[in-house]
Design a protein around this ligand. Structure first.
Ligand code: C2E
Ligand code: MG
Ligand code: MG
Length: 820
């Protein structure tokens, strides 16, 4: 027995958990080593102490209690065992440990002899439990703060947890409930299937559905859940959220509907919507917009690509107007243009747009609509035609004539070209009307209109002013097609007999001619002059034509005289060239001469080009004059060479009409070849305005000239509109600064600035610069000092006859120089 007791004692001594044995008074009689280790007292310090007095302290939740309330004390008193009572005990060092105690009364021979107290240190477990509780609290606080509904499902799909927001929405739906219960009956099945699928496969779950709020209203939600897996990879729970997307869905539905409405409305109205972002160059078009231009729905557009769609005639205008409207915010665009439509044919479009800028004023967006206005345009055209055309002959009436001619006059002004207007009145028309009736008169007028059209070119305008009065405008008269020639043709054609039924009728026209710009620069003025000239023609008999002559200075006679003299001089080789020396400013010796045309007038000083060139232009004689000048200049050049003068350049002036002749270059080359002169000695002078017309053709002609070695100068430079960009592409050799600027040197700052600019331009484009019209030493010195290459003007020499030039040259330059 003693042996047994010793064995138990050894076991108790070495047990891993503290064990105490107390007597019936609760005083410790035995404590093991684990008790020493856990509580920090030595065994002898335990012996004789009451357990509860020495160790116990409180409940794990921190509530204190008196010794009487202690379960252990009650157990000692009642003799009833207690099991797994959790308490906080105090260690010797004052620290707490959480323990679980079991107290068992011990009896011997039916007599209570004391208690055995088993204690287990559960501090670690308690800490883990604390941490779990804290986590759970944090999770709750966090999920309750979320605007979404948060929920957790068990692996079998039943609800484990819902947050406050969830309860607020759906009412009390607690642990174990079916999560599908608030879902709209129409969506429930789909939802259940999706959930089951997710539970089965353990994959994420996301679905939009309607669910009933606690107020009974169904709203749209987005529910989303992800599985939580334990270390072994098994799903231990589902974490999910449900977001109320009802407002978003409603808003996007409204947006979709309004987009649809806009789309249907624009389709119905045949409108294209566009949106342009200048910074990225992105241009977005609605499908209906693309359809207007026959583009596929997936076509990508940029502003440049759009411009390519626009008819070349309108392109520049469209680009300029768009760029202008794009300047800053609020810029509005309203423009009409032609472009190939869906059927590939040219159609009319109208674009409205508005630019939008950011607060800093930078343009960020340009938005607008495009519509096809072809039908409107055609209708307008029909109305205009009806109101602007003569109902009887179909010819333009006075109003349309004005419209056309205003346009032509603007072009003529810009290109400094000339034109002619013919006023035609029928002689003996009234008797036809009176004798044969208006019907016959009408047929005659219709035939007259037709014959007038036969006598004119496409670009000419034939109109009827009323009664038996017609007008023909010739925008481009030339040598073979001058106003007099056209007048003669008209007189011949209109005077041919008219056959109407059995009738053969005869009439003739009287034609009055006025010239632009000599007789006026408005259509009114030109019609008035031509009308007056027509009366003069009538005076001389039926079937005549007459050029207008202003009554005051009897200019008509002078114009006629000049025209006659010009023809005579051309026929009899009776024209004359004067030569003005051009000085090389670096060497100080003559670089060449400019040939200037003179029209000898018996008994008078020869006429100057300013007076006879406009008449020559109007009479269509310019080309013949030009050919004569080229021949004569080349011949003279060779004659000087033969007379021993050094090789100098000779410049001739070329009028625009002459330059534009197809045969110009060939004829000039032929004159050079015949004379035997060195082509590089020949220069042609063209006015700036001449080269600005038909630039590609001009460049081609200039290149051809230069391929023969002939050099090219731009005359009267500075008054035109040549851009530097254009200038740099032109194959030219020289700039002649316009006299008006040269004359202004020393008088006005603007002239000086322009002169300086032309000099700088010449230097940078490697062109020679000539100062012409130099009348004073001051101007001469200035130009020389500024690095001008050549000089010409009365200060050096007036234009001289060929003979006088030869004398001047020999007098001014030493024989040695002459020999070189
Ligand atoms: P342009 O080619 O600029 O010729 C220079 C004109 O200025 C010449 O007038 C010349 O006499 C004049 N001039 C020269 N130095 C001075 C000066 O110091 N002061 C002033 N005030 N004038 C000076 P011109 O001979 O009366 O010729 C006038 C224009 O007629 C020429 O201007 C040229 O454009 C044109 N022209 C002359 N000959 C011909 C020709 O053969 N064919 C063509 N198509 N045009 C010609
Ligand atoms: Mg000239
Ligand atoms: Mg000039």
């Amino acid at each position: 027995m003693q042996n047994n007791i010793n064995t138990y004692k050894i076991i108790a001594e070495n047990a891993l958990d503290p064990i105490f044995v107390t007597d019936t008074h609760g005083l410790i009689r035995f404590a093991n080593r684990a008790a020493e280790k856990v509580f920090g007292y030595r065994v002898d310090e335990f012996i004789g102490q009451a357990v509860h007095g020495m160790l116990h302290h409180s409940h794990p939740d921190g509530t204190h209690f008196s010794a009487e309330e202690c379960v252990l004390v009650q157990s000692y008193a009642s003799g009833v065992a207690v099991e797994d009572v959790v308490q906080q005990f105090v260690r010797k060092d004052g620290g707490f440990i959480t323990v679980s105690c079991s107290l068992t009364p011990v009896a011997q021979d039916g007599q209570a002899i004391g208690h055995v107290l088993f204690v287990r240190d559960i501090s670690k477990r308690a800490e883990a439990e604390q941490a779990r509780l804290a986590n759970e609290r944090r999770f709750r606080v966090l999920t309750d703060a979320m605007p979404q509904m948060v929920w957790m499902l068990a692996p079998d799909g039943s609800i484990m947890f819902v947050n406050a927001r969830f309860r607020e929405y759906f009412g009390e739906l607690g642990a174990g409930d079916d999560p599908i219960s608030p879902i709209h009956p129409d969506d429930a099945q789909g939802n259940r299937e999706a959930l089951e699928e997710a539970l089965r496969t353990g994959t994420e779950y996301r679905i939009e559905h309607r669910a009933r709020r606690r107020d009974g209203i169904y709203r749209w939600f987005l529910s989303h859940a992800v599985p939580l897996r334990d270390e072994a990879g098994n799903v231990s729970a589902w974490y999910g959220t449900s977001t109320d997307i009802d407002d978003i869905r409603r808003a996007s539905e409204v947006l979709r509907k309004s987009r649809e409405t806009l789309r249907l409305a624009t389709e119905a109205a045949n409108l294209g919507l566009w949106d342009y972002y200048p910074q990225s160059g992105k241009l977005v078009w609605s499908e209906s917009g693309k359809r207007l231009f026959g583009l596929p729905p997936d076509a990508r557009l940029t502003f440049e690509r759009f411009l390519e769609l626009v008819d070349p005639d309108d392109r520049q205008r469209v680009q300029a107007m768009t760029l202008e409207a794009a300047q800053g915010s609020g810029g509005r665009l309203d423009l009409q243009f032609r472009a190939a439509g869906a059927d590939g044919r040219l159609r009319w479009f109208r674009v409205y747009g508005k630019s939008i800028a950011d607060p800093a004023g930078t343009l960020v967006r340009f938005i607008g609509i495009t519509m096809d206005i072809t039908e409107t345009k055609l209708a307008e055209q029909r109305i205009r035609d009806a109101s602007q055309r003569d109902a009887l002959t179909g010819l333009p009436n006075r109003a349309l004539l004005f419209e056309y001619c205003t346009h032509l006059l603007a072009i003529a002004q810009r290109t400094r070209s000339s034109g002619a207007l013919l006023f035609i009145d029928l002689d003996r028309f009234k008797p036809i009307n009176d004798t044969h009736g208006h019907d016959v008169g009408d047929v005659v007028l219709r035939q007259v209109a037709k014959r007038l059209l036969d006598c004119t070119r496409q670009e000419d305008i034939v109109g009827r002013l009323g009664g038996d009065e017609f007008v023909v405008a010739l925008p481009h008269p030339d040598d073979t097609y001058g106003p007099a020639t056209v007048a003669r043709n008209i007189i011949r054609r209109i005077s041919e007999p008219y056959y109407i039924g059995d009738l053969q009728l005869q009439l003739s026209p009287s034609v009055g001619i006025s010239l632009y710009p000599a007789h006026g620069d408005t259509l009114d003025a030109l019609i008035k002059c031509a009308d007056a000239a027509m009366y003069e023609a009538k005076k001389t008999g039926p079937g005549r034509y007459h050029f207008y002559a202003p009554a005051e200075d009897d200019g008509s006679e002078r114009v006629q005289l000049i025209e006659r003299r010009l023809r005579e001089a051309l026929d009899n080789d009776d024209l004359m060239l004067h030569y003005q020396p051009v000085l090389d400013l670096e060497s100080g010796s003559p670089a060449g001469v400019e040939a200037l045309l003179r029209l000898p007038l018996p008994g008078h000083e020869p006429l100057l080009p300013d007076e006879f060139m406009p008449v020559a232009e109007a009479a269509g004689l310019v080309t013949r004059l030009g050919e004569w000048v080229a021949r004569e200049a080349c011949r003279q050049h060779q004659a000087w060479r033969e007379a021993g003068l050094p090789s100098m350049s000779i410049a001739i002036n070329v009028a625009p009409q002459q330059f534009r002749q197809r045969s110009f270059v060939a004829q000039l080359a032929e004159s050079v070849r015949r004379s035997g002169m060195d082509p590089s000695c020949l220069q042609i002078e063209l006015k700036e305005s001449t080269v600005l017309e038909d630039v590609p053709d001009t460049i081609a002609s200039l290149q051809e000239l230069r391929s023969f070695g002939i050099r090219v100068a731009l005359d009267d430079f500075g008054i035109g509109y040549s851009s530097i960009g254009l200038l740099s592409t032109l194959p030219i050799d020289k700039l002649k600064i316009d006299q008006s600027f040269v004359n202004g040197i020393g008088h006005d700052a603007k002239s000086q600035t322009i002169t300086d600019t032309v000099l700088a331009l010449g230097r940078s484009l490697h062109l020679e610069v000539v100062g012409e019209g130099i009348e004073s030493e001051e101007v001469f010195d200035y130009l020389r000092d500024q690095g001008c290459d050549q000089a010409q003007g009365y200060f050096l020499s007036r234009p001289l006859s060929a003979e006088a030039f030869e004398h001047w040259y020999r007098d001014t330059y030493t024989p040695e120089q002459v020999l070189h």
